[in-house]
Ligand binder design. Structure first.
Ligand code: GLA
Length: 382
């Protein structure tokens, strides 16, 4: 990836970059919508991601290009100083601009002028978090050209701050935490309230398959925000700051005061946090059958209680969980479209995946993109 981005950068800007970074996408393994509720979550960084190349300029101009929009990237030029939000085709620059905008909140000095290129081998809009990947890769590049080196925790928090405050999505720390702390053949375990990041080894012979439906609910962003609000409302009624401090007993006691959907969202979150805990235990014992059951139970809870699944995602989970070599399957990421991930043993192969994809096509006319994902390392300077 480094040679490719250096060559492309040189072609566009007529000189070589001074720094190249890369950050991976992620699979949400289990812990659906637990992160912003202060809960725990497990994710895996994958071997696909986004590379960023940057070279400082002598003036204050910030010039951005990416390979998102075809072979001849358009250069988006913005002035120095406090970044302004971009719209339309240029909206993708809000990710690196958001990083710059967040620097002062972390006592960091923002970069002035530079030339910038992002290159991706991550399918966009598939629930694999291309947004966290570009944020992390941009943050490491801007830190390198300004000679600043905050801790990895700070970089991850900075990236989330950019997404919350500049891009405007009230996400938790999962995506940025996994992209920042990922390790090949490991899962990342995040305690989202304590903001601690650990890795857990993946048992041998576990495989991830991702079925990307390329569907996205028209209101996906608004629905994510609405779920966030419902969870905060539930916490308030339970008298706790975040749902991580809620219990099923307290929830049942408060049920008469909650509207039905707020009750269901909270039930999902409280039980999902417990499922993550049980998954960590089952992984320690090497009990993959149990891990698989918990993964599928997580999906069913998203489907029926959190109601962020879709008929397309449910269909894939139904198909996959009927196959012997599949331990479990669930939607991965925010939901309302996107992708399903399956954890399988090594006997599940392309042929088995094709059968699932064919059945999906018969039902929905489109074929899902099938990716046999490998885990990969977290964000770094290349
Ligand atoms: C998206 C958000 C994450 C997390 C998941 C759902 O990926 O960016 O912070 O909330 O949805 O678990």
């Amino acid at each position: 990836m480094k040679e490719k981005i250096v060559a492309k950068f040189t072609e566009i800007y007529g000189r070589a970059p001074t720094v190249v970074t890369r950050a991976p996408g992620r699979i949400e393994f289990i812990g659906n919508h637990t992160d912003y509720n202060g809960g725990i979550v497990l994710g895996a960084s994958i071997d696909r991601g986004i590379a960023v190349a940057v070279a400082p300029r002598d003036d204050a101009q910030r010039r951005f290009a990416s390979d998102y929009s075809g072979a001849t990237p358009k250069i988006v030029a913005v002035g120095g100083g406090k970044p302004q939000r971009q719209d339309g085709d240029d909206a993708w620059t809000n990710y690196p601009l958001g990083i710059i905008d967040s620097f002062p909140a972390f006592n960091l000095t923002p970069p002035e002028g530079f030339d910038y290129l992002a290159v991706s081998d991550l399918p966009v809009g598939s629930g694999l978090s291309s947004s966290a990947a570009i944020e992390l890769a941009s943050a490491l590049a801007f830190l390198a050209i300004t000679d600043q080196a905050p801790s990895r925790e700070e970089v991850v928090k900075l990236a989330r701050h950019a997404e919350n405050n500049f891009v405007g999505v009230p996400c938790g720390i999962l995506d940025q935490g996994v992209s920042g702390f990922g390790k090949k053949d490991h899962l990342v375990f995040i305690d989202c309230r304590a903001l601690t990041f650990d890795t857990v080894p993946l048992p041998p012979d576990t495989h991830f398959w991702v079925f990307n439906t390329h569907t996205k609910h028209a209101l996906a962003d608004g629905l994510y925000e609405a779920r966030h609000t419902e969870c905060m409302d539930a916490a308030k009624t339970l008298g706790v700051e975040l749902l991580v401090d809620g219990t099923i007993e307290a929830l049942e006691a408060a049920r008469p005061k909650l509207n039905e959907s707020v009750y269901r969202r909270a039930k999902h979150v409280i039980e999902e946090i417990e499922r993550v805990r049980q998954t960590v235990e089952a992984l320690k014992r090497g009990d993959l059958a149990e891990v698989g059951k918990l993964i599928t139970a997580s999906h069913r809870s998203s489907q029926h209680l959190f109601e962020n699944s879709t008929p397309e995602l449910d269909f894939l989970v139904d198909q996959l969980t009927g196959i012997l070599d599949v331990y479990g399957a669930r939607l991965t990421g925010g939901g309302f479209g996107g992708a399903v991930m399956a954890m399988t043993n090594g006997r599940f192969d392309e042929k088995a995946a094709d059968l699932v994809a064919d059945a999906y096509r018969q039902r929905f006319q489109e074929r899902p993109e099938v990716l046999h994902m490998q885990t990969g390392d977290g964000a770094s300077v290349l």
